[in-house]
Design a protein around this ligand. Sequence first.
Ligand code: ADP
Ligand code: ZN
Ligand code: ZN
Length: 745
Amino acid sequence: MMVAEVVVDITHEKLDKSFSYLVPPSLEAGAAPGMAVRIPFGKGNREIKGYILSVSDKTDVEPGKLKSILSLENTEESVDSRLIALASYIKEHYGGTMVQAMKTVFPVREKVKDKEARTLRLTDEERAREYLEVARKKHYAARERLLCALLEAEGFCLDAAKARQAGAASDDAVSFLEKEGILKKESRRAYREAWPGTAGGGKRTPPSEDDALTPEQAKALSEIQEEWEGGAGRPVLLHGVTGSGKTHLYMELIRRTVEQGRQVIVLIPEISLTYQTVTRFEARFGEQVSVVNSRLSAGARYDQFCRARKGEISIMVGPRSCLFTPFSNLGLIIIDEEHEPAYKGDMTPRYHARETAIARAGMEGARVLLGSATPSLEAYRRALMGTYRLVRLAGRYEGRSLAQVSVTDLRAELMAGNRSLFGRELKRELSSCLSSGHQAMLFLNRRGYASFMTCRSCGYVAKCRHCDVSLSFHMNGRLICHYCGYQEDSPQSCPSCHSPYFGGMRAGTEQVEAAVKKILPSARVMRMDFDTTRKKGSYEEILSAFSRHEADILVGTQMIVKGHDFPDVTLVGVLAADLSLSESDFRCAERTFQLLTQAVGRSGRGAEGGKAIIQTYHPEHYAITCASSQDYEAFYREEMSYRELMDYPPAAAMLVILGSSRDEEKLKEAMHYLALFIRRICPADKASLIGPAPLPVGKIKDAYRQSIRVRTRKEEALLRIRELAERYIALNMGFQDIFIQFDME
Ligand code: ADP
Ligand code: ZN
Ligand code: ZN
């Protein structure tokens, strides 16, 4: 017996409601997720259209009471059918329910209400998290609720009226946080545009003669075409240094695809979605293109998806979620900066855009192009193994050379008595750069908080003795490993060299700015970080002011390293290269190499050459040496052998099971039993299991968080383990108040 779950209306409100139908034996062969069917519906058995969400051989309904599907619709496969099939792939691959997968793929339908409809938007995540701690300590319950709701909201944006109704936004809390500059009231209408100020499309300028491909670019293009038109049609990994013309090549491929009457999806990471990129796409493709950003409300995304469905646009440029644009004849998916962590989300199902793009393209006969200067290990490995086709762009456009890089050993600086943030070489180069009328960028390699302990004298970082990750410093004075749960007291002096300069790493852009002013009092300095980009549009303002040369030095965090072309910048200084090296994540060396390579790539984009100086406590670390020689291959070899040794992805497949609950005891017990269960179903020689252990942020919003990691060389085994674990969790009472999420690495 075969039973199908059928939905009759693909809207968010209706998705939770599906109906079971019997599949007659004659239709069994064709019944699959996404298939459109005719069914008898309601009391009068009116014949209507529905879509199959899933099929199985079990049902809760008494089989005698089931109605049967009348027929499968044999018409051309519709976009909706394909997207449902894609949702089904996501569910199979990344876990969660079919409804969650459907809600990921289909955007919320949300009509614009009156103009007064207001939203509350978080403007400063870092300060919000800081203030959340204060509110908790002082028991400001209303402010705490509002902050939690904002931090949790998609795009950090809440519907003001709904939030108030739900008791999450009292008027007092709103006006307090607004006064503090942590949130901003805005009208929703502004969000319905794809990109502020450009809705309606710009004018289109045809490509000029100057835009002809260089011989190297033309060669890359013909390799890509050979693969897609005459060859196996594999996804292509375009490996090209920054400034080699990858985007230029994308444009050419897009043009050709659109000329064939097919559509294109271009994914780019949020951070490089700047005004520069937008104008470049609009100048080339005009009204055919919609560029959206991820702060867009769900409703505005829905509007853009409608335009795509109606055929008003043929090119969709935007973040991860644009992958689900309902184009009916999709020809090409491009993923720029393929290695960016932003291509994987935190919400269930935690799909990866790269894998999901390849799955979608496979179903719809489209091609996939992945581009990066520093490909992810996953992608490069597959390219070497022949799963993807590797195409290279080795040189920069017009033969511009890459920056000359040197490394400063901060330990040596300290020994020579230099305790300032700048090594002697950086100090020297900064002043000569400015006196020759050029610009410099100072990059503080920092994302959020750096909670690890490090020694200022020797660079020693406290690490777990069982795992190759740094220990996190906690307020109670303990150092904790977030992989295995190991703990120790935090030492008073450096365990390696006994220096007293041992503590939590702290250095902000403000300190850097102050230090610059001390050594170069006449320099005009701009700062770009969470504080200065709080206001809407300020990000663009800073970047364009800097490109107009209104400042000599731009100081910033990770947000300054990508996506901008500043021809006058001839010096990039990386102040603390080690910061990302010490994050408690097995990908931290890869991340560091990528960030440093990108940072170094900011220098010398114009006709003049450029210099870059990397300051570090680990000048011998391969992430640093390879970034300084800009040698991707060497980095890949080193890092891959480390992953092989440690059984980390992509050498092995890894499944992370995240559990969270407000009840710490229940969570611990449930995760303990889950680990036992997994041990029982997979023998130790097939998979290794670590945990349960607390996550780096062990508690969020009063919910405790733990994880279990399962690693194996066989990915199929992992899918099976996840399936069984999902079933175990569903049947087990102990998981009632526990939120479980699966993360496939
Ligand atoms: P990438 O995406 O690899 O960083 P881009 O496509 O942004 O490289 O190219 C870097 C710069 O060189 C851009 O300003 C781009 O307009 C220019 N450029 C690259 N290739 C060409 C070309 N064939 N003709 C004209 N300009 C080009
Ligand atoms: Zn450990
Ligand atoms: Zn030390």
